[in-house]
Design a protein around this ligand. Structure first.
Ligand code: CTP
Ligand code: MG
Length: 217
């Protein structure tokens, strides 16, 4: 059974700002992308790790992760995933992961892959702790709602089909595309360590999660 992890790292990190796309920014002494790449590469359940990078980012990848296998992504996350899937050969199971979520544990990967025994896909989720409100002031009941993280794991065939056929609105993850085909997606226990780095202050928060003292000078 062949399992491939695809890290999408072709974004520009608009919301973060800064001189480098956020996935190449130093996080606890190491480029952000290198964290998840190392964790997924070391995971015994994963056979290959592949990175989707932005056009013109090859020199950045070479210095962050010399020798990493990669392909060039597209203008949206969905396009980057689709190009990545096309670049990797046939597999049985594919994990799609955001470079913006640096800390992946073997435990989460184990839960996802176990869930694939009976489902077409599996995603890590955390409960919503805050009260939710719509723009018009209407309260949105949070009971039963979850926040979805990555890595997301899928059976190869349905993920390829979802990306080949897509004609809907721009999705924010792959699970919604698999569900749109009628695929089953299991929800497994997420991990606070997988929180996404989106805004400038999130770097320091991520560093604190691994006990690193952020240098502010
Ligand atoms: N991503 C990608 N290709 C794109 C857009 C996003 O591979 N065209 C990747 C990002 O590199 C990131 C993940 O998808 O690892 C999640 O996206 P997000 O956190 O939104 O990153 P950015 O799109 O880079 O940030 P922003 O939306 O603030 O510009
Ligand atoms: Mg984005």
């Amino acid at each position: 059974m062949k399992t491939v992890a695809l890290i999408v790292a072709a974004g520009t990190g608009e919301r973060m700002g800064g001189s480098l796309p956020k996935q190449y920014a130093l996080l606890a002494g190491r480029p952000m992308l290198a964290w998840s790449h190392a964790a997924l590469s070391a995971d015994p359940a994963i056979d290959e790790v592949f990175v989707v990078i932005g056009e013109g980012h090859q020199a950045l990848l070479d210095s962050a992760l010399p020798g990493a296998r990669f392909t060039i992504g597209g203008a949206t996350r969905r396009q980057s995933v689709a190009l990545g899937i096309r670049a990797i050969g046939a597999a049985d199971r594919i994990l799609i992961h955001d470079a913006a979520r640096p800390f992946v544990s073997e435990q989460v990967v184990d839960h996802l892959l176990s869930a694939l025994e009976t489902a077409d896909g599996a995603v890590p989720v955390l409960p919503v702790a805050d009260t939710l409100v719509a723009a018009d002031g209407t309260n949105v009941p949070r009971a039963g709602l979850s926040r979805v993280q990555t890595p997301q794991a899928f059976r190869d065939e349905i993920l390829r089909r979802a990306h080949a056929d897509w004609s809907g609105d721009e999705p924010t993850d792959d699970a919604q595309m698999v569900r749109a085909l009628g695929g089953s997606v299991a929800l497994v226990q997420g991990d606070p360590m997988l929180e996404k780095v989106t805004w400038a202050g999130d770097i320091a928060a991520a560093e604190a999660r691994v006990g690193w003292e952020t240098r502010t000078a």
